[in-house]
Design a protein around this ligand. Structure first.
Ligand SMILES: O=C(O)CCC(=O)C(=O)O
Ligand SMILES: [Fe+2]
Length: 280
């Protein structure tokens, strides 16, 4: 399937950057991102594009990886014995969802065609006022499908890369809500006291998105804490995630990648390029 046919191309001509429709879309996303680091374009995928990617996820969901470690902190890393018990590194919550990894969505899949389509990348760069964006250079986790069966959830956490787009492929019949706290930390400060408040149940800064299958969500997940609440429906919630970076060659922390996705790639044995010094 051609990339143009995967999306609602008439309304969103991503390969026509001079068109009024393109400018309008960029303007809308910019305003949303500036307000709170998150923005949704309803029905971004065409009905045929959505069906095709949903089928790719359905066909692979039995290969999804469910980590044996079900208790995670917000950095999806180890606890820290040098910090007190109420430090976020030492607060553990349930993460029970699974992932279909990027290596299972290879060349020739519709999801792959969309991810590597240069006009999509340029559109995202324009929305973020960057000259250029790069594919997240992590061959295991740069494009994944989050699978949440009944009762499964994804705890509060931050992402490794600055920027993701997600496509809800099938919503939970009940529950399975995406919630986030815009800009809870920044490049230079973990803002631990604010984080502690959220983990203690303070909902003052928490936002919940209402998404339908086919929507595109833009999200700055490195700085905005987020979670997916337990799926209370009977079918799986399926969501495709494509990640991008401002710099070339960024990959995931090998321990985190192995823990979340059950495997690593040769790139994880090389010296890691990171974009900041946050706890992860
Ligand atoms: O499923 C979602 O809506 C978000 C998943 C997520 O936050 C992640 O995979 O890092
Ligand atoms: Fe995330």
């Amino acid at each position: 399937m051609l990339p143009q046919d995967i999306i609602d191309h008439q309304r969103l001509p991503l390969d026509q950057p001079d068109s009024p429709a393109y400018h309008q879309a960029v303007k809308t996303v910019k305003a949303g991102l500036q307000a709170d680091g998150c923005c949704v374009i309803k029905n971004f995928l065409s009905p045929a594009g959505l069906q095709a990617i949903l089928k790719e996820a359905e066909d692979r969901k039995c290969q999804a990886y469910y980590a044996p470690k079900k208790r995670c902190n917000i950095y999806l890393g180890e606890g820290n014995p040098d910090e007190p018990d109420d430090h976020p590194q030492n607060i553990f919550m349930d993460r029970t969802n699974g992932f279909i990894t990027a290596d299972l969505l290879g060349e020739g899949t519709v999801a792959h065609n969309l991810y590597y389509w240069p006009p999509l990348r340029q559109f995202l760069a324009d929305c973020l006022s960057k000259t250029e964006l790069f594919i997240y250079a992590d061959p295991i986790s740069n494009m994944i499908v989050n699978v949440a069966q009944r009762g499964q959830q994804f705890n509060w956490h931050y992402d490794t890369n600055e920027f993701t787009i997600t496509f809800l492929l099938r919503a939970a019949q009940a529950g399975g809500h995406f919630e986030y706290v815009p800009n809870l930390r920044n490049r230079d400060d973990e803002c631990i006291n604010e984080v502690k408040k959220v983990l203690a149940g303070d909902r003052t800064r928490v936002k919940r998105l209402s998404l339908t299958a086919g929507d595109l969500q833009f999200f700055l997940g490195r700085y905005s804490l987020h979670q997916v609440t337990p799926n209370q429906g009977h079918s799986e919630r399926l969501l495709l995630i494509q990640s991008f970076c401002e710099n070339k060659g960024i990959s995931g922390n090998p321990t985190r990648v192995k823990g979340l996705y059950g495997k690593t790639a040769p790139v994880h044995e090389q010296v890691r390029i990171t974009s900041d010094n946050l706890l992860d």
